[in-house]
Design a binder for this molecule. Structure first.
Ligand code: ATP
Length: 459
């Protein structure tokens, strides 16, 4: 496994830890530097930084009040760049890429709230699509927060079982998943004739022809032709970007370079497990560290998520599990428990890989490395990036640990590291003291920072 090992060795300092030069890296002691959000936001090269204020962006007074109530002091880079383009008249399409946890949701929610005519609260005017019910619900929540001062704010969720078969979608803003939205339009429960904005979050996933692309295209074909289309994601692989450009013609674009894709605050580590069966024991050993903040463990299948949760519970650990086999309201309740800290360790599948914003998450474990394609033959760099992006939200720091246990998983992680042009830190399963120290060094600095970061938002 020398190739991967050659890309790594020393723990990379996370935001909030002292940046050290090569010589000082040899020193044993490390110390934490408190990095405040306001410092990060002064730096216009940082994804969280900007040269402007929300006031300068010409937003409605009620929306400004909502942003201020959330304690958003300054726009992030994607907000600063995208908002003026999205709010300009005549409306133009937008394709915007920005790292995980950098405020894309607030950017498109602010646009929607500014574009809708709130004197017609029962007439659907904006449609926002997301790949999972959890993400749709979260976006609905963010609309509620930022729009709290709008007198006629009206939002409906169009997710499975939210609208009865004889009911109507009669709210000005609709957030949903593509399958349910398509059914509602077809059954004439949802009048789309006056829609003026379509937002697609996680757009690369939503437009991918192997996945939800077909449904999203069908939905779009049923909407008014002159609708403004806004596509957002942290990742846009070339193939999907080509399709995105035909889906949202003549769009303004904000794109990232490969070197900009990863969030600096996330320390990416990997654990070379002796065998597949050793992964479980190593996971249990990590349990103490998982409880310092909150943690998400990603596995490949629903079945293994449930099995691992049951085994850990039998072994005396408190762990919850959430995946697509659960009924909708149970999923809502499980995620709410995780958001509020009632449960701190959550095992899940890719259903929560994208978009979910829980600021307390300090550790993400890839128990199974993300793969895609027929027979899981290809490494999945995009899903890796979205999964690890559940930590390190808006300037916080966090740790991701990817388990490898055989040649296939080793090769996959190596390919991901090459795609992203990153080095990963090796954790040793046989030197537990060192492993704990390495992880704690980061997580503790994350806790030290937490007081300095506004807690507003969905989490
Ligand atoms: N200008 C701001 N100032 C302070 N906090 C902000 C600002 N904008 C957004 N946030 C907070 O940052 C967190 C991450 O934002 P958000 O969920 O929109 O990220 P994202 O870019 O959509 O991430 P992902 O790619 O994972 O979907 C949220 O908790 C949000 O409330």
């Amino acid at each position: 496994m020398s190739d991967l090992a050659s890309r790594i060795s020393q723990p990379a300092p996370a935001q909030g830890e002292a940046q050290q030069d090569n010589d000082s890296r040899l020193q044993e002691n490390s110390y934490d530097v408190e990095v405040q959000l306001s410092d990060l936001q002064q730096d216009t090269d940082n994804p969280l930084g900007s040269a402007h204020t929300f006031e300068e962006l010409g937003l409605p007074a009620e929306v400004l009040k909502g942003l201020s109530a959330m304690r958003f002091q300054k726009p992030s880079k994607v907000q600063e760049k995208a908002l003026p383009l999205m709010l300009a008249d005549p409306p133009r399409n937008m394709i915007a890429q920005s790292q995980s946890g950098t405020g894309k949701t607030a950017a498109f929610v602010t646009t929607v709230l500014s574009r809708v005519d709130h004197s017609k609260p029962t007439q659907p005017q904006a449609l926002l699509l997301a790949p999972s019910r959890e993400l749709a619900r979260q976006i609905e929540m963010v609309i509620g927060h930022i729009g709290q001062f709008l007198p006629n704010l009206a939002v409906a969720a169009a997710i499975p079982s939210s609208i009865p078969r004889d009911g109507r979608v009669d709210k000005s803003i609709v957030v949903g998943t593509p399958g349910t939205v398509m059914d509602l339009i077809r059954r004439r429960q949802f009048d789309v004739s006056q829609l003026r904005v379509l937002v697609i979050d996680e757009a690369d996933n939503m437009l991918d022809q192997q996945g939800l692309g077909d449904q999203c295209t069908r939905v779009k074909n049923m909407l008014p032709k002159n609708i403004q289309i806004l596509l957002f994601s942290a990742t846009f692989p070339d193939k999907v970007m080509k399709y995105a450009m035909t889906f949202a013609p003549n769009a303004n674009m904000i794109k990232l370079k490969v070197q900009e894709l990863t969030v600096k605050g996330i320390s990416q580590m990997y654990m070379d497990c002796p065998s597949e069966s050793d992964k479980y024991d190593i996971l249990c050993k990590l349990y103490g560290l998982m409880n310092i903040g909150s943690s998400i463990i990603f596995v490949k299948t629903r079945e293994s998520a449930t099995q691992i949760q049951q085994r850990m519970t039998n072994d005396g650990h408190k762990v919850s599990v959430l995946h697509g086999a659960y009924e909708g309201s149970a999923r809502d309740a499980l995620l709410e428990e995780f958001r509020t800290g009632k449960s701190k360790v959550l095992i899940t599948t890719n259903v929560l890989a994208r978009g979910i914003d829980v600021s307390t998450v300090s550790m993400v474990i890839n128990y199974d490395i993300p793969m895609k394609g027929v027979g899981d033959s290809m490494h999945d760099t995009e899903t890796y990036l979205h999964r690890i992006g559940r930590t390190g939200r808006f300037g916080r720091v966090g740790v991701s640990i990817t388990f490898i246990s055989d040649k296939k998983s080793f090769d996959a992680l190596n390919a991901i590291a090459h795609d992203l042009e990153i080095d990963l830190v090796a954790l040793k399963p046989d030197d537990w003291d060192e492993t704990e120290a390495q992880v704690q060094r980061v997580i503790k600095s994350s806790r030290a920072q937490a007081d300095f970061v506004p807690s507003g938002g969905a989490a």
